[in-house]
Design a binder for this molecule. Structure first.
Ligand code: SF4
Ligand code: SF4
Length: 286
């Protein structure tokens, strides 16, 4: 997809006209901390929020509201003639829009989709509103803690993938069924998100998207770290003493499924990641 990179010092028509067009027909991904924040703001449990308002095991918001702009359906949180009903807890994707964020070689980049500034198609009046710098826009949207949570969860996903690598490379699995295991990683990378969620199963989906650990929502990094510990402990408990190669392979594939599922929730492309991790495995002689 064509993107246009922007620098923090660039001045753009980033004053929202509040017409709400971007709350129709879009995709809003959620990491587990964002899901918990939205649920708290709504006054329901994360599980109730996931079951009522999210798709794909809690990784993205449902867009099942009333039909509106260009015949597209509104986000489930959108209220006609009002706007976002959970504005205070809106996730990073909504805070950033129309800007997107990417990490390449540990560097953060901001960009927007396409060559034309995205707001212009739905809200052309933004050009007559004050133009501000990308940096001021991010500050105004209070993205910092949300960006930290996003980056933290990217690391949690990498930790899960590392666990899959240990199961592959530090056991007899690489020699006995290495190629077959990598083929399964690649298959899961291209799998429909709902199928991947079903493959993971409710017990692990709950651990992954609805962690229960008493961490405060006010400190996203503490929340992410506690979640990482919870996942590592559960994996150790469940995969610590595997008896057969077939058990090791199941654990390895399952752990990679968790990594891919969480990666999608933080905006990474699971197919690209699965290919990358397959290449790394091959580079290690599998
Ligand atoms: S499309 Fe742009 S200007 Fe219009 S509501 Fe969304 S962010 Fe605001
Ligand atoms: S969460 Fe709020 S801001 Fe984001 S798409 Fe839904 S209604 Fe719009």
């Amino acid at each position: 997809m064509q993107t246009t990179r922007v620098e923090l010092s660039d001045t753009l028509p980033l004053t929202c006209s509040r017409r709400g067009t971007c709350c129709f027909g879009n995709q809003v991904l959620l990491n587990p901390w964002e899901l918990a924040c939205l649920a708290a703001e709504k006054g329901i449990s994360p599980r109730q929020f996931r079951d009522s308002f999210c798709d794909f095991g809690g990784t993205c918001l449902m867009f099942n509201g009333d039909m509106g702009w260009m015949g597209k359906k509104a986000c489930g949180m959108y209220v006609h003639n009002f706007g976002c009903s959970l504005h205070v807890a809106r996730p990073l994707a909504c805070r950033l829009y129309p800007i997107g964020r990417q990490i390449q070689s540990a560097q953060v980049h901001y960009m927007y989709e396409g060559r034309q500034f995205p707001c212009l198609s739905g809200c052309p009046e933004v050009t007559s509103l004050p133009h501000i710098t990308v940096s001021d826009y991010l500050q105004g949207q209070q993205t910092l803690s949300f960006e930290q949570a996003q980056d933290g969860y990217l690391e949690v996903a990498q930790n899960l993938a590392d666990m899959a690598f240990v199961l592959l490379l530090e056991t007899d699995l690489a020699a006995t069924a290495g190629s077959q295991t990598i083929a399964l990683w690649l298959e899961m990378g291209g799998e429909d998100p709902q199928l991947l969620a079903e493959r993971i199963g409710e017990e692990w989906l709950t651990l992954l998207q609805l962690p229960s650990m008493g961490a405060s929502l006010n400190n996203p990094m503490e929340f992410v770290q506690a979640h990482n510990t919870l996942l590592q402990q559960k994996a150790q408990q469940q995969f610590g003493e595997l008896q057969s190669i077939s058990d090791v392979q199941s654990a390895c594939v399952h752990t990679m499924a968790l990594a891919l599922h969480l990666s999608r929730a933080v905006g990474a492309n699971p197919a690209t990641l699965a290919s990358h991790w397959a290449e790394v495995a091959r580079g290690n002689g599998v």
